[in-house]
Ligand binder design. Structure first.
Ligand SMILES: [Zn+2]
Length: 85
């Protein structure tokens, strides 16, 4: 990663001696990266699979560490009442 700020101070003799010009120059990449380099960087851009756990109450798949949306149970107790149609 190329970054950071470079602060350059320059004094111009044709101006007032005490007058200083401060310009902010940002660090920039020297060259464009090749297509191979760009594509190699993107090889590990993958979609993560959602982790699922099984509800011990109703055995349906649910998100871990969350109340079961099917039966409303969490840690063996009914936390949320779910209407069964
Ligand atoms: Zn459940």
């Amino acid at each position: 990663m190329v970054g950071g700020w470079l602060l350059t101070a320059s004094t111009h003799s044709w101006l007032n001696e005490d007058f200083k010009i401060l310009e902010v120059v940002m660090a920039n990449p020297k060259r464009r990266h090749s297509r191979q380099r760009r594509d190699k960087r993107r090889t590990n851009w993958k979609i993560k699979t959602k982790s699922l756990s099984v509800c011990p109450q109703c055995k349906s798949a649910k998100m871990p560490h969350r109340v079961c949306p099917t039966c409303g149970y969490y840690k063996g107790k009914e936390v949320v009442s779910v209407d069964i149609a």
